[in-house]
Design a protein around this ligand. Structure first.
Ligand SMILES: CC(C)(C)CN1C(=O)[C@@H](CC(=O)N[C@@H](CC(=O)O)C(=O)O)O[C@H](c2cccc3ccccc23)c2cc(Cl)ccc21
Length: 339
C-alpha cells in the first residue's frame, strides 16, 4: 500500500496511530493528502501529552513542568520519556520519530500544533490538583483538553485552504465541537474514572444528588444518580446546534467525514447513557456494528442532521418525570429544531 512509499519514521507514526486510536486511524488515513500527515502527527502529539497527564505514577512536582514545557519537545530531536506506565507509552518512548515528522510538516502547521500544545499543557496543570466545581469550570477543563483540539484542527483546515478562513477564525464553534465530545466521554466514563480515583463530573451538579461524587455509585442512590446523569447529558445536548452550524461550513468531503463521525458517535453514546443506570455499574459502549453503520452514513450534513434528530428524539421521548424534566425537554426541542 502507499504506506511503503513513506519514510521509515512516517511509517512508524502511522503504526502508532493505528495502535492508539483503533477505529479512528482509518478516518485520519482517508483525509486528503494535504491534511493527512499533519493530523496524524497532531493526533500522536496530543496522545503523548494526554499520556503524561493520565499517568498517576508521575509525581505532581515532576508532571507540572513536563506539561508546561511539553511543546518544547517538538523541536528537541532527542527528547523521549522512558518511565511511563500507560498503555500508550510507545508514543513517549519513541517521541523522536513523532517529532522528526513534526519538523517535516509545513511551517504553518508546525506553528498551530506547537501553539495548541503550549496552551493545552498549561491548562492541564490548572486541574491536576483541583476537581471541577462549577459548570463554568467544567467548560474550562473541557476547553483545555478538547476545545483546544477543535481550535487547532480548524486552524489546520483553514491553513490548508481546503476550508474557508471562517472555519479557522470562529474559535467559539471550533471549541464547542471538542467540548461536546469531551463532555460525552466524561459522562460515559463515570465508573472507569472512579476506579482510577479521577473525578470530572462538576460539583455544582452532583452535589444536588449526593454528599460526594462516589456516592452516586451506591445502589441505594441509583435514582439520584440517574437524575444527575440526565442533567449532565442535557447540558451536553445544548451544544448540538453549534456543532451542526460548524459542520455546515465544511466544504471538503474528507474533512467533513473526519469531523462528523466523532459527533454522531457522541450523540449515539449520550442516547445510550440517558436515563440508564448501567452507567453506574459498567461501561456503556455503542456496539461496533452500529458504530460502523453510522460512520458509513455520516457523509453529508442532511444525513448528520437526521442522525442527530433520531437520537435526540429518542432521548426526548423518554424523559422521566422529575425536577429537571421541563428543562431537559426544552433543550431537546431546541436541538431538534436545528436538525
Ligand atoms: C479528547 C478528544 C475528544 C479531543 C479526543 N479525540 C477524539 O475522540 C477523536 C475520535 C477518536 O479518537 N475516537 C477514538 C476514541 C477511542 O479511542 O475510543 C476511536 O477509536 O473511536 O476525534 C477528535 C476530533 C475529530 C474531529 C474533529 C474534532 C473537533 C474538535 C475536537 C476533536 C475532534 C480528536 C481529534 C484529534 Cl486531532 C485528537 C483527539 C481527538
Amino acid at each position: 500500500c502507499d504506506l511503503m512509499l513513506l519514510s521509515p519514521t512516517l511509517q512508524k507514526c502511522y503504526t502508532y496511530l493505528k495502535m492508539t486510536s483503533r477505529s479512528f486511524a482509518a478516518v485520519i488515513q482517508s483525509l486528503d493528502e494535504e491534511m493527512r500527515h499533519a493530523i496524524c502527527i497532531f493526533y500522536l502529539v496530543l496522545r503523548a501529552l494526554d499520556t503524561v497527564e493520565d499517568d498517576m505514577t508521575i509525581p505532581v512536582d515532576v508532571k507540572v513542568p513536563m506539561l508546561k514545557e511539553f511543546y518544547k519537545n517538538l523541536t528537541d530531536p532527542d527528547w523521549r520519556f522512558m518511565d511511563s506506565n500507560e498503555k500508550d507509552k510507545i508514543v513517549l518512548e519513541d517521541f523522536p520519530a513523532i517529532s522528526t515528522e513534526f519538523r517535516n510538516l509545513r511551517r504553518v502547521y508546525q506553528h498551530v500544533i506547537e501553539d495548541i500544545c503550549k496552551k493545552m499543557g498549561l491548562g492541564m496543570t490548572v486541574f491536576l490538583e483541583r476537581d471541577v466545581d462549577s459548570l463554568a469550570e467544567w467548560d474550562e477543563y473541557c476547553h483545555y483538553v478538547a476545545g483546544l483540539v477543535g481550535i487547532g484542527l480548524s486552524r489546520l483546515f483553514a491553513a490548508s485552504e481546503l476550508e474557508d478562513r471562517i472555519v479557522g477564525q470562529d474559535l467559539d464553534l471550533a471549541n464547542k465541537m471538542g467540548i461536546f465530545l469531551q463532555k460525552t466521554n466524561i459522562i460515559r466514563d463515570y465508573l472507569e474514572d472512579k476506579k482510577e480515583g479521577r473525578e470530572f463530573w462538576p460539583k455544582e451538579v452532583w452535589s444536588k444528588y449526593g454528599e460526594k461524587l462516589s456516592d452516586l455509585a451506591r445502589e441505594d442512590k441509583r435514582e439520584d444518580a440517574v437524575e444527575c446523569l440526565n442533567e449532565l447529558i442535557s447540558n451536553a445536548l445544548e451544544l448540538i446546534p453549534d456543532c451542526i452550524l460548524y459542520m455546515s461550513r465544511l466544504k471538503n468531503q474528507s474533512i467533513f467525514n473526519f469531523c462528523a463521525i466523532p459527533q454522531v458517535m457522541a450523540i449515539a453514546t449520550l442516547e445510550r447513557c440517558f436515563n440508564n443506570p448501567s452507567v453506574f455499574t459498567g461501561v456503556v459502549k455503542i456496539r461496533k456494528g452500529e458504530a460502523v453503520k453510522m460512520m458509513m452514513t455520516a457523509s453529508d450534513l442532511e444525513k448528520v442532521k437526521a442522525i442527530m434528530y433520531h437520537f435526540t428524539n429518542k432521548i426526548e421521548q423518554r424523559i422521566p418525570d422529575g425536577p429537571n424534566s421541563s428543562s431537559i425537554r426544552s433543550i431537546c426541542l431546541s436541538a431538534l429544531d436545528q436538525c
